[in-house]
Write a protein that binds this ligand. Structure first.
Ligand SMILES: [Zn+2]
Length: 61
């Protein structure tokens, strides 16, 4: 089963609603998994505008 990704914040979400931004606009068409462990020090986290440690997709269609 493919994980859904929130179109708003690009977070990987289990279920139909994003627990962080509350959006139900999900996509299963995404690529480039990024795991952010330390958003404070992560260059990637800053690049994609992430402030919480989680799994994110780089590209969401
Ligand atoms: Zn979201």
């Amino acid at each position: 089963m493919v994980d859904q990704v929130c179109r708003e914040c690009h977070r990987l979400v289990k279920g139909q609603t994003c627990p962080v931004c509350g959006s139900s606009d999900m996509s299963s068409d995404w690529s480039g998994l990024v795991v952010i462990i330390d958003p404070e020090r992560s260059v990637i986290a800053k690049k994609i505008g992430v402030e919480l440690a989680d799994k994110y997709a780089l590209k969401v269609r």
